[in-house]
Design a protein around this ligand. Structure first.
Ligand code: XMP
Length: 316
């Protein structure tokens, strides 16, 4: 499709000046495309949808409605940050949907990885489409499609015309534009995060307590990586809590039977292959001490040293 090909004359956005020029150009283009129309955008808080939201806020203000669906599988602090940045700081029209129970109830007892992904994807579209039906006069759908993405059609919401201001950009350019738009560093430099979120890191059938162990241990790893200066240097780092227990012992000599937390930290260029980060032993010890003392239901910490191949980056 010709209009899905990046123009050959388009300069790579590598500086603040080029990002500013792109922003000015896009604001004009968005205003020309949308006029007085209304746009709906699913805002996950990831860098792509956040940059699209910030561009649209500049271009059309309150004619943009952002919908943030909390499916219960987001990282610690993410929904709060989306609300803080977009609703409070950028004064956006933001609808926050707490769909945690809805997703977790649907996923209860489902252990097959592909079925889990399917449920999460379909439920997301259902929640979003329900919200879209409640809004009057929305003609456009904003999307954080970027150039390497396979352009997917949005089932159930395809009555809209698409608004895709970053579709010709590569990830590094999206980050450059996000920075120029004034989005917070931790949002702009966010590591890749799968659509099904923590759901694929809480292997097997998701339970709320084990999901909490994933969320809390992930937050500790992120904090410790940041403190060690590794945030932004390591491509992707997170934790997995398998559906499996082992025996352990407390300092008071009581036996425990609890989950292990697996740390995964890999470097990659495009996620098709990856190598484990050679983590410092002292850092691993510190993370282990924090996870085993702060995260409920956990008595062991493992480090996954598997490259891709043979192991994928995610565990499901
Ligand atoms: P794997 O596990 O296949 O992952 O080595 C490669 C990269 O893709 C991310 N990933 C996903 N991203 N939706 C996404 O948007 C998904 O369903 C999904 N599954 C995996 C993964 O985090 C890694 O960066």
């Amino acid at each position: 499709m010709a209009d899905n090909k990046r123009p050959e004359t388009m300069q790579r956005i590598t500086t603040k000046e080029l990002a500013d020029a792109f922003i000015a150009e896009q604001i004009e283009a968005l205003q020309a495309q949308i006029g007085n129309g209304k746009v709906l955008l699913a805002l996950s808080g990831g860098v792509d949808s956040s940059v699209v939201a910030a561009l649209l806020i500049k271009a059309i203000g309150k004619n943009l409605t952002c919908v943030h669906v909390n499916h219960g599988l987001l990282r610690k602090g993410e929904p709060e940050q989306v609300i803080k940045v977009f609703k409070e700081e950028l004064n956006a029209n933001l609808i926050y949907i707490d769909a945690v129970d809805r997703f977790l109830d649907k996923l209860a007892g489902v252990s097959d990885p592909e079925t889990k992904r399917k449920i999460i994807g379909e439920e997301f579209i259902d929640v979003f489409a329900e919200e879209a039906r409640k809004l009057d006069g929305v003609k456009f759908l904003g999307q954080g499609t970027i150039y390497p993405d396979i352009v997917e059609s949005e089932k159930g919401v395809n009555r809209f015309e698409l608004v895709e201001p970053v579709k010709f950009l590569y990830k590094d350019e999206v980050r450059m534009v996000g920075k120029a738009l004034g989005l917070p560093d931790n949002m702009v430099n966010r590591q890749p995060f799968p659509g099904p979120g923590l759901g694929v890191r809480c292997t097997g059938a998701i339970t709320r307590d084990r999901l909490e162990a994933v969320r809390e241990s992930d937050a500790i790893v992120r904090e410790e990586f940041a403190a060690a200066g590794l945030a932004g240097k390591v491509w992707q780092y997170f934790t997995i809590v398998p559906d499996y227990k082992s025996t352990g012992i407390t300092e008071n000599s009581e036996r425990t039977y609890a989950w292990p937390v697996v740390i995964r930290a890999v470097n990659s260029i495009d996620a098709t292959s990856a190598t484990p980060e050679p983590l410092d032993w002292a850092l691993l010890n510190k993370i282990t001490a924090r996870i085993t003392s702060e995260v409920k239901g956990v008595n062991r910490v493992l480090y996954d040293v598997t490259p891709k191949p043979t192991g994928t980056i995610e565990w499901e």
